[in-house]
Design a binder for this molecule. Structure first.
Ligand code: F6R
Length: 614
């Protein structure tokens, strides 16, 4: 949800900022803008609708000389995507420029008050209110810019990561955050700031994650200074990044999404490494083992997440109930936070988030902690907000996921949930050791099994041509395959814009079966598990109504092969591991359908990777 980047140093300011914006484009691409302070104290601001490449074209003939600058890629919240609503925003006197990620909830009240003092606004955004407020305080109180920013932020209700520059001071950027991410990269004679570390990882590995309500004063030639809103200086904790530049490139693939689908053998290997040991006999998730009594005595587990992470969470319910015999509820974080939840210190809340920044999931965590629940996080982005807000947790370690449609993060989340359930089951002795050991052995083989599944790529590419122009799809599954159906439908919707519904296969006869005709293809996830016989009947019901069927089945399947129009075979696996391998053909199917339709799979319309607003 909007990406911000800033730079002061001897490098080419414009080039560094534009490259940084490209790296942050996964956060939004409704418009992009840049503010450059040139050596003569002139503030040049350029903006363009749409992607960062449009901004680059717009800037080609412009004065790009600069000593410092800030830039922004937008995912519209307040005000439609337009030039006037694009960031950076100015103070009315043109002295300040500001970029912002987040939402100022009380912007209307502030705007009305500023209007009464004669301020005029040129956009519909909450951000413009903030920059006008800062300048209003600076001028009326005759104070420093740092003090004005502090005072303004005290009046703000909501979430922000901001960067501010001043026309007459090309040597300073002020940045601050609350509930939206911001990280500062410290190089030699240069300093960066960004929504995540990807814009500066090629220049420095040293970074500082700003905490809530902290303000950074970045000055040329001066050490970084961090203050809280009360003007007290904070200690600076420098972290070394583990990210590498090759992880941020397409590596020969046409899209990040395809690269990330094909990375899954490796990402799952990284996810499992050191966590399933002694040939599969033991499960070592430190975040669980360090708190094992809490898990053993848990009265209930509540899983909170959004989107794809919620689908992984639903699988978590099946896994934890099956293996650990603990009641589990799965909640959309956005609903949970306003549902007046009832929790206590014997409840465990598991929050799942790839980005670690999803605003609703963060809010759910805060509510759970206030009520005394133990909160366990499952995230991908190291150093993001969710791992810092939880009591304990596990990283999925699948590397940066840049394609907006989540693929490798989903399988990583499901893998962590499987290992989590297995380690609790091992401690609680709710599953016989031999069974756990067999599961452990299969987990260790998963990277190789996934490689096998990826060999379906060419078949799926050909198959996709038949279904590219379908207007609706149904995705059906039962048991562990039901969340996979939901996830398959979401993948198709979000990148190909085809309407698709995921449904529990047996629910069809209670209504949706009326939708079936020859124009409504169904994708049925039907591996050979304990519900196989049941889903065979459901496949027959669809066929009897003339619907065409793509079925994901276990190698050697005979029954469904004779009914379905197309089958995609995956290797036999223990039931609880099948979602990892059955979800991969669905990722490929949605990818190729979207490609056939000419859609931008890495940046689908209206979406952004990191949802830091409500
Ligand atoms: C879909 C997708 C989204 C995210 C959701 C939660 O492909 O990526 O549905 O899963 O926005 O994001 P995180 O996991 O970052 O909290």
């Amino acid at each position: 949800m909007c990406g911000i980047v800033g730079y002061i140093g001897d490098g080419n300011v414009y080039d560094i900022l534009i490259k940084g914006l490209h790296r942050l484009e996964y956060r939004g691409y409704d418009s992009a803008g840049i503010a450059l302070v040139n050596p003569e104290g002139k503030l040049n601001v350029y903006k363009a609708m749409g992607k960062v490449s449009n901004l680059e074209s717009f800037c080609r003939s412009k004065d790009l000389d600069a000593k410092a600058g800030i830039a922004h890629t937008r995912w519209a919240t307040h005000g439609e995507p337009s030039d006037s609503n694009a960031h950076p925003h100015f103070s009315e006197d043109g002295n300040l420029a500001l970029v912002h990620n987040g939402t100022i909830e009380n912007y209307k009240v502030l705007k009305d008050a500023l209007s009464q003092h004669g301020c005029h606004f040129h956009s519909e955004t909450d951000t413009e209110v903030l920059v006008q407020l800062i300048e209003y305080i600076r001028v009326t109180n005759n104070c420093t810019l740092v003090d004005a920013v502090r005072e303004a932020l005290k009046q703000v209700v909501g979430a922000y990561a901001i960067a501010v520059i001043e026309k007459n001071n090309p040597d300073r950027i002020i940045a601050a955050r609350k509930s939206s991410p911001l990280v500062i990269g410290i190089g030699e004679n240069e300093t960066f700031l960004a929504s995540d570390a990807t814009p500066f990882v090629e220049y420095t590995k040293d970074c500082v994650y700003l905490k809530d309500e902290e303000l950074a004063v970045i000055e040329r030639g001066e050490p970084l200074k961090i203050l809280n809103l009360e003007n007290q200086e904070s200690q600076i904790d420098v972290t070394t990044l583990e990210l590498s530049i090759s992880q941020l490139e397409k590596g020969g693939y046409p899209h990040f999404m395809l690269k990330e689908i094909f990375e899954q053998p490796n990402t799952l290997r990284d996810c499992i490494r050191g966590r399933v040991v002694d040939g599969g006999k033991r499960f070592v998730l430190n975040g669980v083992l360090d708190n094992i009594e809490k898990f053993i005595n848990a009265k209930r587990i509540v899983i909170v997440a959004c989107g794809t992470s919620w689908h992984a969470g639903l699988l978590g319910k099946y896994l934890l109930q099956d293996m650990c015999r603990i009641p589990v509820e799965v909640e959309y974080a956005s609903e949970f936070r306003y549902s007046n939840p009832v929790l206590d210190d014997r409840d465990i809340v598991i929050a799942i988030s790839q980005s670690g920044e999803t605003a609703d999931t963060l809010a759910a965590i805060q509510i759970a902690r206030r009520q005394g629940a133990f909160v366990y996080g499952i995230s991908n982005v190291v150093g993001s907000s969710i791992p810092r807000e939880t009591n304990s947790g596990t990283y999925i370690h699948v590397g940066p996921e840049i394609g907006v449609a989540s693929t490798k993060a989903f399988t990583g989340q499901v893998m962590v949930l499987t290992m989590l359930a297995a380690s609790i089951a091992q401690a609680k002795k709710t599953v016989p050791e031999e069974q756990l050991e067999e599961l452990g052995r299969h987990i260790l083989q998963i990277p190789e099994t996934v490689k096998e599944v990826l060999k379906l790529n060419d078949t799926i590419e050909r198959l996709s041509l038949i279904y590219t122009y379908a207007r609706n799809f149904l995705y059906l599954g039962r048991g562990y395959s039901y969340p996979v159906a939901l996830e398959g439908a979401l993948k198709l919707k979000e990148i190909s814009y085809i309407h698709a519904e995921g449904y529990p296969a047996a629910e069809m006869k209670h209504g949706p079966i009326a939708l079936i005709d020859e124009e409504m293809p169904s994708v049925i996830i039907a591996p050979n598990d304990h519900l196989y016989e049941k889903i065979v009947s459901n496949v027959q019901q669809v066929k009897a109504r003339g619907g065409s069927i793509i079925a994901i089945v276990t190698e050697g399947d005979k029954l469904i092969r004779n009914i379905a129009d197309h089958v995609l075979e995956v290797p036999k696996m223990p039931e609880c591991l099948t979602p990892i391998i059955t979800s991969i053909p669905l990722q490929l199917l949605s990818y190729y359908i979207a490609i056939n339709k000419g859609k931008d799979v890495d940046m689908p319309r209206n979406l952004a990777k990191s949802v830091t607003v409500e």
